[in-house]
Structures are given as C-alpha cells and as structure tokens.
Design a protein around this ligand. Structure first.
Ligand SMILES: [Zn+2]
Length: 188
C-alpha cells in the first residue's frame, strides 16, 4: 500500500472500545430511519467511525457494532467475502433451538488477541434497514449467521465474555498448537 495512504488510514481509524468499557454494557438506541440518509448527526458519525475501522490496516475486522466505536446506536456492519454491509435496527431470530447451536472458536475486536468457544445458531433470520433506509429481510447460515449473531449481541450489551463456553478462552498464539492436547472439556 502507498505509504501516505497507509498513514492517512492509520490516523483516521476510530479507537475500538475494549471489554470493560461501560458503553459495551448498555442496550443501544434504535436509529431513526430518516437519520440513515442524513449526511451529519450521530448516525452518520457512527457509520463513519465504523468504516474507519474496516479500512484500517491495524484491524482485520469481519464484523463490528456501533457501541464498539463509542456510539450506543443499533447499527452493525460486516464483510464476509462480500462488500461491507451495514444494517440498522437489526432484529435477529434464531432458526434453530438453542440446544442445537454450534460450538466454534471466535474472537472480538473488543477482546483482542484472544479467542474462545461460543455456541451460536447455524441459521438465523434477520430483518433490518439498509443504507437506503429500506427494510430488508433475509436468512443467513453458517459463519455469516455467527457474525451477525455476535454483532447483534453487542447491541444488547452482551459481549463475547458472556457467551464463552467456560474454560475455553485462549490466546491467539495457541491457535492450532494444542488441538490434540488432552482436555476434560465437553464443549464439542
Ligand atoms: Zn465483538
């Protein structure tokens, strides 16, 4: 990457709040649909801050929520082999009973350098407003369902630490290092 562009992006990225910041514990406010199209105001500021994190060379973010950049608004964004997608006021419905939710390792920008096992639905229905303030409704499955479920948790003040399967927290440096290490864990 061009060094000047690199420095500009580095300077612009909004800080991501870490686990323990009180904003991450507060249920978010719904976005007024007319604010989605506005070129100023809190919703616009939240979207700009979220965009700055996605374009930062210091973050390899797949999903993000507005509270993580300090805006207690109901906004999530993700990119998963797709263009960056923003959803406003998302309502998520799991399409699987909780007893069938899948256990997988995942991580969070608010808890950097760690990952842990979390159970989440493999299939979800999402209803939300898009960047044109139009209502969208779709089903997501697999990894995308996991990402959207994770981000919608943030909108309720729920973090990865609340969802983690007990005793599964590990530092990133141990990914693929101790996969066959004897364990009494029964999460799988
Ligand atoms: Zn997160």
């Amino acid at each position: 990457m061009d060094r000047l562009l690199y420095l500009i992006r580095m300077k612009k990225a909004a800080p991501v709040l870490r686990q323990g910041h009180p904003i991450l514990r507060v249920p978010t406010q719904k976005v007024d649909p007319k604010d989605i199209l506005a070129s100023s105001g809190p919703t616009h500021a939240a979207v700009q801050a979220m965009r700055s994190v996605f374009s930062s060379p210091y973050h390899s973010v797949i999903g993000l929520s507005a509270p993580q950049v300090g805006h207690s608004l109901s906004i999530i964004a993700y990119r998963n082999n797709t263009p960056l997608t923003f959803l406003f006021n998302p309502v998520l419905t799991p399409l699987q009973p909780q007893s069938k939710w899948a256990a997988q390792y995942e991580s969070c920008e608010s808890l950097p350098h760690y990952n842990c096992i979390v159970r989440r639905p493999d299939r979800v229905r999402v209803t939300a407003l898009d960047t044109d303030a139009n209502e969208v409704s779709f089903e997501a499955s697999g990894f995308l369902a996991r990402v959207i479920h994770h981000e919608c948790d943030h909108l309720e003040g729920v973090t990865l630490a609340d969802r983690m399967v007990e005793k599964t927290l590990r530092h990133d440096q141990y990914i693929d290092v101790f996969e066959n290490y004897p364990s009494s864990s029964t999460h799988r």
